[in-house]
Design a protein around this ligand. Structure first.
Ligand code: ATR
Length: 277
């Protein structure tokens, strides 16, 4: 009998049943014929540290982290990447051979890679971006747009203080716009991003007027339930290139899989189908 260890990974959340990460990761394990397992783990906040410290001893090579643990894991990890520090949250843990825990954030990578894949003609320096929202997901969007070289980011959020805070952190390329005036900024935008939870199934609709959309604008939504949000529909109606939010979820999963299982997976139609199954 072989004593080779079978690598284990999983997603830690509370709740965790909604997570599509197991479908995505297990699809790749099967596709690349890797002997490994990826499981959902429901962990209460008070047990988070104990669980994370135990997992490497049980054969785990890493884990994804989702709501509500993305900030708390930063305190538990032995090392945090600069990207995760910048975003104030981590979504990917790597357990190293010596048992230490590295926390990383791949949401920004997922966002920008999805955008480039879905809108190959989009040029980061081609004009201003309009970003709606200022929550956790929005930080990843802004960090990756700044890094990509977008010259100006018009940022609008219902609670203006949260947008002002992001401007303080990310600098003068961010221009904060009142939530009620966000619709006026649409016509100047080369990229419109919804990083709020508006438009998600069970949530309120996104009511920012999109009449000003230019055909040359790229429209993307972080919401992927439904896949075709009202914003994506408005973008299609205006003749824009549209990029749905499922791709961000798929691409953010790539670096973790590669680190844990030693193979860089491809995001393709079969991956999308697996995530939607
Ligand atoms: P996430 O980590 O997914 O970004 P979050 O930090 O709770 O989640 O942020 C949710 C975003 O959706 C915020 O920008 C929030 O605006 P506020 O900062 O004003 O709360 C936005 N959002 C949620 N419900 C909203 C609503 N009814 N109207 C406008 N914006 C809303």
């Amino acid at each position: 009998m072989s004593d080779r260890k079978i690598p284990l990974a999983g997603v830690i959340g509370c709740p965790v049943a909604h997570s599509r990460s197991p479908q995505i990761q297990n699809h790749w394990l099967k596709t690349y014929e890797i002997a490994g397992y990826y499981v959902p783990m429901h962990v209460e906040p008070q047990d988070l540290e104990t669980v994370i410290r135990s997992l490497p001893k049980a054969g785990f090579v890493g884990a994804n982290v989702t709501i509500p643990h993305k900030e708390a894991v930063m305190q538990i990890a032995d090392k945090v990447t600069d990207r995760a520090t910048l975003m104030g949250a981590a979504n990917t843990l790597i357990f190293r051979e010596d048992g230490s825990v590295l926390a990383d954030n791949t949401d920004g990578y997922g966002f920008i890679t999805n955008l480039h894949q879905g809108a190959p003609d989009w040029k980061p320096n081609g004009g201003p971006a309009l970003v709606l929202g200022a929550g956790g997901a929005c930080r990843a969007v802004i960090a990756s747009l700044v890094e990509a070289g977008v010259p100006e980011i018009m940022l609008s959020n219902r609670t203006r203080e949260r947008a002002d805070q992001l401007r303080k952190e990310f600098g003068k390329r961010i221009q904060v716009i009142d939530w009620v005036k966000a619709g006026n900024a649409v016509e100047d935008a080369s990229l419109v991003v919804n990083a709020t939870s508006l438009g998600m199934e069970g949530k309120r609709p996104l009511r920012v007027p999109m009449d000003g959309l230019q055909t040359s604008c790229v429209v993307t939504d972080l919401v992927y339930t439904p896949l075709k949000t009202d914003l994506i529909q408005a973008g299609e109606d205006a003749g824009c290139t549209v990029v749905d939010g499922l791709g961000m979820l798929l691409h953010q999963a790539v670096p973790g899989f590669e680190r844990w299982f030693g193979q860089r997976p491809k995001v393709d139609e079969a991956t999308r189908a697996a995530a939607l199954a």
